[in-house]
Design a protein around this ligand. Sequence first.
Ligand code: NAP
Ligand code: COA
Length: 267
Amino acid sequence: MTFTSDALAGRVALITGGGSGIGFGIAKAMAAAGAKLVLASRNAERLDAAVKELTGLGAEVIAVQADVRNYEAVEHAVARAVEAFGSLDIVIANAAGNFVVPAAEMSPNAWKTVIDIDLNGTYFCARASHAALKASSFGGRFIAISTTRALEGWPGCAHAGAAKAGIMSLIRTLCGEWGKDGIRCNTIAPGAIGDTEGVKRIYEDAGRKELELSSIPLGEFGRTADIANAAVFLCSDAGSYVTGADIVVDGGRNRSRSSTGVAVPAK
Ligand code: NAP
Ligand code: COA
């Protein structure tokens, strides 16, 4: 147990992409800290499996099938949270899509697809949840998951890098606009998180694992639990004076890169 079991007691959290990877890690940690959960994503089977596992751990959780590219679907997920649990206090805009393709070979629709999921989907979540978060008796929390690659350039992932940079700008704007409504808006920037499909695909399957590890001062990939711990902190009373921040959780990787974004080997 990293946080007390009542650190998020009484709060209701909507987590997009909460059925897998980092989103599922956040769901587990938030449930252990006493939050009620709404998981939203496209794949009903994946959602059902996640609900089953979380329920088995004692969580109060529902799932809503929703594609974050569809504003009405996002609105519906927010409405279901309030209907099922009486409030919505926390939104984690975590859903994302990404694949490696050089910018010069990327189809216009490939670009649009990732921008739609990551950037537009995050805005849709914010827009649809504003009124509910403003009404939160705890002070609403809106967290978007970005990446340390957002501002350094991301060869092979121009679409995701641009979308995540847009998300960082959006969150800073929301911090300025929504502070008066008591809503804290932050990004969490994970480095390479080892227990996720993405890192398996982008680094391990591509034979880049050792190279990537050599650029991380702490010498190991992160875990979904590391990102979840940052999220629980931001959403608890302990995080109540933090807004407009980008919490980097990356084992120091972004500090060991040159100004061109190319990894500077640690040894
Ligand atoms: P993941 O397991 O592939 O999770 C992505 C989730 O997003 C899935 O649960 C997926 O569920 C959902 N999703 C995708 N498209 C969606 C859509 N259109 N509408 C609704 N839900 C959608 O990936 P992850 O590695 O945990 O990544 C989670 C977040 O961390 C992302 O924002 C990612 O960019 C960020 N991140 C990850 C790493 C890393 O090392 N893994 C590093 C930096 C940042 P469905 O298929 O059911 O829709
Ligand atoms: N390389 C190049 N282009 C690709 C691609 C790849 N690996 N994967 C998809 N595309 C292109 C498609 O060809 C299509 O473009 P086109 O119409 O010009 O052919 C476009 O991207 C959309 O693909 P599609 O499969 O129709 O999109 P989708 O909405 O069904 O799925 C994705 C969205 C592509 C992002 C899919 O990978 C996904 O669902 N990802 C979620 C999980 C994930 O990415 N996790 C990592 C989180 S960071």
